[in-house]
Design a protein around this ligand. Structure first.
Ligand code: PLP
Length: 366
């Protein structure tokens, strides 16, 4: 009999936002509007698509393990030294590399009790001990409590900013206060998956502005660049730490087409501007609508908001009724918030239609 390690036996397979997509055919899913995965409703950067088409012939060769073209393009774009950058198959993969490089089994990783599921999944599969810190009542981070949770066995504090699934952001001054108090031998992983959106706010901290020996900043091309399906993420950090991450990284990530697509997408400023504008308009519409109908919601600073309903039953009904009418939204039971739903902004047309549908759904819930 094959021995299954205890920590693997109890793992539950990862469930993405798109649960509906797994239950119905691809054609049927295409008829629905997915507001459950925080993807870019405008699709992928056209320059990235072009780059993939032009590179298809190259798929017979291994990519360069240090992805120099992509790393150099990121370095140039963000004005950072290339030796302080590492890339991977999505920031999910990079989170795994950080945990592998800087912790061993049983050591503590501190994170909020409701945050990006990938951080929990990676910690659990590596048998790291997760120290969960409750969010405040308004769903913001309790940074003081997170500091208090740091113990002798803590090696990492994971902070997604803005947080997923709440969309709530720690401000620049809150983050700076927090960083001042974190012991210098504890690594802070600042996951800025939604920075293209949140960076529009003056009080949003930009992880790249800080030169700290214990800070690693994560970014992804899955959201604003529209490349979720091809899997590219990257991290910035002190050279010494990035070097260790290269030792644990799977050598050929990201794949060759992903690297080409990412280089092209970085330069697609027209697409990014359009993406940010579309999100600004449509996220505002969603927030204004939920305020108008008296549904409590977060002031999401990414490309989604989180609404709070009476209880878990009502939240499930909201999701089921919305689906009936063609819109997929994300119930948050898995995040420990059973009465909440996460909804990302769509195109102008999708969001206008979604609001009409939600109006109907809310009337039925009463
Ligand atoms: C905060 C946060 N970090 C990381 C990710 C994962 O991004 P990627 O597609 O690069 O793995 C997500 C995806 O939803 C996210 O919300």
């Amino acid at each position: 009999m094959i021995h299954i390690p205890d920590h693997i036996r109890v793992l539950k397979p990862y469930k993405s936002g798109n649960q509906v997509g797994k239950q119905i055919s691809r054609e049927a899913f295409k008829q629905l509007v997915n507001l459950a995965s925080n993807e870019n409703p405008l699709g992928a950067s056209p320059l990235a698509i072009e780059a993939i088409k032009n590179s298809v012939e190259e798929i017979s060769v291994y990519p360069n393990p240090s992805a120099p073209d992509l790393v150099n393009a990121i370095a140039k774009h963000f004005n950072k030294p290339p030796e302080c950058i590492i890339t991977g198959s999505g920031s999910d993969s990079i989170i795994a590399d950080v945990f592998k490089a800087f912790t061993v089994e049983g050591q503590d990783i501190v994170m909020a009790d409701a945050t990006f599921i990938g951080a929990f999944v990676n910690a659990n599969k590596l048998n790291r001990n997760i120290v969960k810190v409750p969010l405040k009542k308004d769903y913001s981070y309790d940074l003081k409590a997170m500091l208090k949770a740091i113990g002798r066995s803590t090696r990492i504090v994971y902070l997604a900013n803005p947080n997923n699934p709440t969309g709530v952001m720690a401000t620049k001054s809150e983050f700076e206060e927090f960083m001042k108090e974190v012991p210098s031998d504890v690594l802070v992983v600042l996951d800025e998956a939604y920075y293209a959106y949140s960076g529009e706010y003056d009080d949003c901290p930009n992880g790249l502005d800080y030169e700290c020996n214990n800070l690693i900043v994560l970014r992804t091309m899955s959201k604003s660049y529209g490349l979720a399906g091809i899997r590219v993420g990257f991290a910035f950090g002190p050279k010494e730490l990035i070097d260790y991450m290269y030792r644990v990284k799977l050598p050929f990530e990201p794949n060759i087409l992903a690297q080409k697509a990412a280089v092209a997408a970085l330069d697609d400023s027209e697409f990014i501007v359009k993406t940010i504008d579309t999100n600004k308009r449509n996220l505002t519409k969603l927030k204004v609508f939920f305020s108008k109908v008296g549904i409590k919601h977060t002031d999401g600073k990414a490309n989604f908001t989180m609404i709070e309903l009476k209880d878990g039953d009502t939240a499930n009904k909201f999701a089921a009724e919305s689906l009936e009418q063609g819109f997929v939204v994300r119930p948050l039971g898995m995040f420990g918030l059973p009465n909440c739903i996460r909804i990302n902004s769509g195109t102008d047309e999708q969001t206008d239609r979604a609001i009409k549908v939600f109006e109907n759904v809310i009337a039925k819930l009463k």
